[in-house]
Design a protein around this ligand. Structure first.
Ligand SMILES: [Zn+2]
Length: 163
């Protein structure tokens, strides 16, 4: 038996002021994205803003449904929108944030496993890592280059991808 360890790397910023201008702006776009969240059940709004190489910003917000599993997370709403509408525009970065009136969010909200898997496939499709910014409003920001930092055991079977 061999014991193995995986180390992940990310940057932890104390506040949004510490970020460079482009990252700061994208975090604020994620806040804007939350405006269209449809979350009457969880009362937990999530916003995602994705910056494309063309400069275009694509927004996603969580869209819930009374038939609960029919809803979708903000990250996948944004990424599938890009896949359907701007498939050849490279994804540079994604900023994700959340808010709720139910309790105080004290640290950055991380994407769920399904969203990480979809983010990973977006990277594979464009053969380039996506910068991930997790923004806690009035708190810290976690920044990572590539989804691998959050999902080191992402599912990817090369043989299934053969055309
Ligand atoms: Zn998700």
């Amino acid at each position: 038996m061999i014991k193995k360890e995986i180390n992940i790397a990310f940057e932890d910023f104390e506040s949004i002021e510490e970020l460079n201008k482009a990252d700061r702006e994208l975090c604020l776009e994620a806040v804007k994205a939350m405006e269209n969240s449809h979350s009457p059940y969880s009362k937990f709004k999530v916003g995602a803003a994705v910056k494309l190489a063309s400069g275009k910003i694509v927004y996603g917000s969580n869209q819930e449904n009374v038939a609960y599993p029919s809803g979708l997370c903000a990250e996948r709403v944004a990424l599938f929108t890009i896949g359907a509408n701007y498939p050849n525009d490279e994804i540079i970065s994604i900023a994700i944030t959340a808010k709720t009136n139910e309790f105080e969010i004290l640290k950055p909200v991380t994407p769920c496993g399904a969203c990480l898997q979809v983010m990973a496939e977006s990277e594979k499709k464009q053969l380039k890592e996506i910068e991930v910014l997790l923004y806690c409003i009035n708190g810290s920001i976690w920044k990572a280059k590539g989804v691998n930092s959050f999902l080191p055991f992402m599912f990817f079977e090369e043989r299934l991808g053969r055309a």
